[in-house]
Design a binder for this molecule. Sequence first.
Ligand code: MN
Length: 480
Amino acid sequence: MNNLTIFDLIGKLSKYNDAEINMVLQAYKYAEYLHKGQVRQSGEEYIIHPLNVAYILAEMNADCDTICAGLLHDTLEDTNISKEEIAEIFGDEVAKLVDGVTKISKMNFSSKEEQNMANTRKIITGITEDVRIIIIKLADRLHNMRTLQYKSEFKQKENAIETLDIFAPLAYYIGNYRIKSELEDLSFMYLKPDEYFRILDERNRIEEENKECLLEMLKTIEAILTDKNIPNEIKIRTKNIYGIYKKMAEGYQMKDIHDLHNLKIMVDSIPNCYQSLGLIHQAYNPVNNKFKDFICCAKPNMYRSLHTTVYSGTGQIVQTQIRTFDMDKVASFGLATYWDLNKGNARHEMQQELRNRCQFMGSLMEINSMFSDNTEFVQHIKQEVFTDNIFVYTPNGERIELPKGATVIDFAYRIHTQVGNSMIGAFINDEFKPVDYVLKNNDRVRIVTDHMSYGPESDWADKAQTTLARRKIQEFGSIR
Ligand code: MN
């Protein structure tokens, strides 16, 4: 927002108590005093930047410490104040947050040199300490990307690449689609302006074409749900430019992207999500293979929703996403939603949730412990953690997350080293397959082992996709 003032920020704090509002006010005055005389490249007073960062955080209902840290986030680096002084005035928590953000800000992720790889490693493993540091850093990056027009062309490109490489995936992993999409589109606009505006125009044209049909469906579904006394709100959602670009790079025509526009249907409870699904299928024929239940199987970044694609009856096919109002908050803000849903101990809950999603955190920590070499570490993280994943199931229905392209070998070593070392193949949905079979989403996998096995074949390491499996196979080879 341009010309933002402290009153706009305070306007966002209606749910905070008087003491908290006062603390934010003091943090603002202090930051303004410390940054006095500094100007941004836009010519504005410097304070406008931390104020915007705090505003973005307040939009997420961040806790008071986080908003204060947002206001003070550049003071350690750009002014004479020390961490101890911040701690004395605003408390240890605020000081720790500001210090954490400062450490990340000093890193340079764009070069491929060893030092920078070490930095990347620090930020990635740093999210295990206090995820609020990452959220502040994302808000900081978002405002910088929104005001990138004042930087040199070189800086614009450098920042855009770094944002696409590191910050947008981080936003995705903590479930913050809102920030992820905006960061992606801003980066893409600076990296490939011609394509950006070409896609934007085309998207607007198709939107215009489909508008009538979408509005018609919106009204029909609204009437059906209201008739059944299901409290609802329905919105038309449009895919972000960079998301469209990636789909088109896979060979899709824009008009064939089935979720280019979709209807986001929010209702009050989970049972009503399923009832709405049934009602929608009664009114519109579903496209057979396009139904997904992310309510019972949430994505690892917490996203929950029912997806079904239906025929509009007038020639279009339209994706609908059905979820509760709370799930919709999670879909927009991810982990940060804990501030909103769970005021009491949100900070603790957020860290806990990160730890519970142990498949992501687990593989991250595992890879961290395996590599002393930072370049290798970053490569593996990008390959395995910041990549598309598939879900497969054990015979008991336990869900295992693996990177796209993973084979039976990766699955077996994920279950147990001994299972990996002694397997001879696997039943995939009741069909026997060799160890190098590439797993597909939703495969049910039952490993067959030979308890007289001599151990893994030497070529298994090449057929595995995950660091864990390769490392275990090599370890076995070295003791043989
Ligand atoms: Mn900043």
